[in-house]
Design a protein. Sequence first.
Length: 243
Amino acid sequence: MRTTTIPVAAAAAVLALTLAGCSGGGDDTTGGAGARTPAPAPSAPVTSAAPTPSASSTGGRASAHTEAELTGVFQRIQFRPAEFTTTDAMLDSVYPGLTVSDASCLAPFGVGWDTSDDAGTVVFGTSNDRSMTAVVASTGETAAATDLVEDARSALTRCADGSALFSMQGKPIETTVETAEPSLTGTDEAIGWRVRGTVGGNAFTLVGHTARVGGDVVALVGWDPTSNTTNVPLATQMFVDAL
């Protein structure tokens, strides 16, 4: 088990991640040594990306985006692609020192899509102000994209409440997870969720969306309670409009 000493402000952000309660096997952790956290950029307002036609969801095949196309989407929405080599490293940079016993419960974050044979082209990064993470998979297959959404849905059910899954510096973290259908347009299916909890007397919330457009899936999560309720749906809609 990895233990990292971090500042109080960073620890509060880490603790927001905890979708606790899923009983899993193994000793997987997010990030390992990971990448060093880059200096936060000045916060900037999110700007809308120009929408492109959505991929069809009626057949087995769907239009797939190239890495260059997805990178352009991230940049227009003011997210930083290609900062980290893996989704684990990206998550570890935002929530350093988090330990998880079942990595599959991080499916709603898009963790592991970059190493999946079925996820196709995957691009990921943080928002410019580092309050959100986004992972987009362009699978080229409607069925494969649907499976990614189902993995996230299953994780939210299996890893809902309790303190058995996630820990910070050896201490279990108690959380409660709520799911709801997000108010998004242009999606073939979408999941919204919120984590609530308290750590050391401090309350936290974490808001996330997983949305599919044809063969493309976006997983977007915001930890900052001052902005995540508004910015996560807004940014997710911008990704959806661009896919």
